[in-house]
Design a protein around this ligand. Sequence first.
Ligand SMILES: CC(C)(COP(=O)(O)OP(=O)(O)OC[C@H]1O[C@@H](n2cnc3c(N)ncnc32)[C@H](O)[C@@H]1OP(=O)(O)O)[C@@H](O)C(=O)NCCC(=O)NCCS
Length: 177
Amino acid sequence: MNLKMKVNYLLYHYFAKKLPPSNIQPNIGQKKIRYFFAKSLISHMGKNVNIEQGSVFTRDLIIGDNSGLGINSKVTRGVEIGDNVLMGPNCFLCTESHEFERTDIPIIQQGFKDVKSIKIKNDVWIGQNVIILPGVTIEKGCIIGAGSVVTKNIPEFSIVGGNPAKIIKKRDKSDNF
Ligand SMILES: CC(C)(COP(=O)(O)OP(=O)(O)OC[C@H]1O[C@@H](n2cnc3c(N)ncnc32)[C@H](O)[C@@H]1OP(=O)(O)O)[C@@H](O)C(=O)NCCC(=O)NCCS
């Protein structure tokens, strides 16, 4: 990390991240301020991205045009988010997991499994308090209901809910679900 990135990192975490949510009035340009500092810290950030108050991400994040990270949401290494993706508050996109094969030593001493990337395709709405587990791909046009825990890939235009998340209905009416 060069000096400019270190300064931006500090300004994002100790200033921009703490500004009010993007749609709160009076608007002091908090969305643009967060965008400015986050852009230099993120591998690819599209146009008009909404990095919300309190959100945490890693440098390898890829996020497309008009998408966002929800208030207090967290994404770990290896996450790819397409265009026009909405994310509610308190979501957790988790690509990491602990090793736990052995029983003769504590889990804390067993290290981590390999990162399994998460892909969110275009035009997806992720509701509030959603958890998406390692290796999951959510295809285009899906809605992930509030409070869902997504453990498996979700086919396009599905509306899912629950823990583990199951298909509730399809947006694509031609699909005979
Ligand atoms: C997923 C969602 C969009 C579905 O809305 P809908 O199409 O109007 O669905 P309905 O209310 O008709 O519910 C259909 C069925 O799914 C169930 N269901 C709806 N949302 C659910 C959820 N989040 N988790 C589990 N089940 C859910 C309902 O209980 C109902 O079950 P039933 O058929 O057995 O009675 C909506 O419920 C939701 O979770 N929205 C997210 C809201 C949110 O997080 N907003 C803030 C962030 S931007």
